[in-house]
Design a protein around this ligand. Structure first.
Ligand code: DX5
Ligand code: ZN
Length: 218
């Protein structure tokens, strides 16, 4: 089994020194930087805007994987792309025209991702599979870091993997929420190839980032 891509969520980082944190993650072997954007409306928490993404962009060449928990999302796509996002991932509930939104993301030259909440059926994916470069399955309800992995997510990962394979899709299958060394291997066995992790990567401070990332890959 190939090692998964590890995408640390900077939601769990020290916001007073985001640039340093991003450089430390790069040095520690992160594959992508996962940026959680929350608007206090689509989810009950507020994080950061495009200016912050722009400010940290010069600190690494790693892809910025921007998870937009914002509604309506369409008015924000250009700003996050201009700020340096490489992947823009959207929830189907964050706008009335998912198909159009995904098309717009690709038109901007970014990779398009769709993210499904624990309560959102996988069938949404059937309609847009050809428009996505990444499928993100939430293994917690979005809004906060540090929540526990919902175990039924494993079965959903398997079903998503089957759907992508049947469609001949090469899209990444990413999992987000409560990912630790205790469930990472099960996620990969179920068919995931990219793992988001916040609390797990950041525990122990910068000196521990490399070991924590390695533990997720192992
Ligand atoms: C939740 C976010 C996740 C979260 C991951 O809304 O999308 O990226 O921060 O954090 P942990 O790994 O702590 O669950
Ligand atoms: Zn996320």
């Amino acid at each position: 089994m190939a090692a998964p891509l590890i995408c640390p969520s900077i939601l769990a980082s020290d916001f007073s020194k985001l640039g340093e944190e991003v450089r430390a993650l790069d040095a520690a072997g992160a594959d992508w930087i996962h940026v959680d954007v929350m608007d206090g409306h689509f989810v009950p928490n507020i994080t950061l805007g495009p200016d912050i993404v722009k400010a940290i962009r010069p600190h690494t060449k790693l892809p910025f994987d921007v998870h937009l928990m914002v509604a309506p999302v369409d008015p924000w796509l250009d700003a996050y792309r201009d700020a340096g996002a490489d992947i823009l991932t959207v929830h189907p509930e964050s706008g009335p025209h998912l198909h159009r939104t995904l098309g717009r993301i690709r038109q901007l030259g970014a990779k398009a991702g769709v993210v499904l909440n624990p309560g959102t059926p996988l069938t949404v994916l059937e309609e847009v599979v050809e428009l996505v470069d990444l499928v993100l399955l939430m293994s917690v309800n979005p809004g906060f870091g540090g929540q526990s992995f919902i175990d039924t997510s494993l079965r959903k990962i398997e079903r998503a993997r089957a759907l992508l394979d049947a469609a001949g899709s090469k899209a990444h299958l990413q999992v987000d929420g409560g990912v630790t060394s205790a469930n990472a291997a099960a996620c990969v066995a179920a068919g995931a190839d990219a793992l988001v992790a916040g609390s797990f990567v950041f525990k122990g401070g910068p000196d521990a980032y490399a070991a924590n990332i390695a533990a997720l890959k192992a």
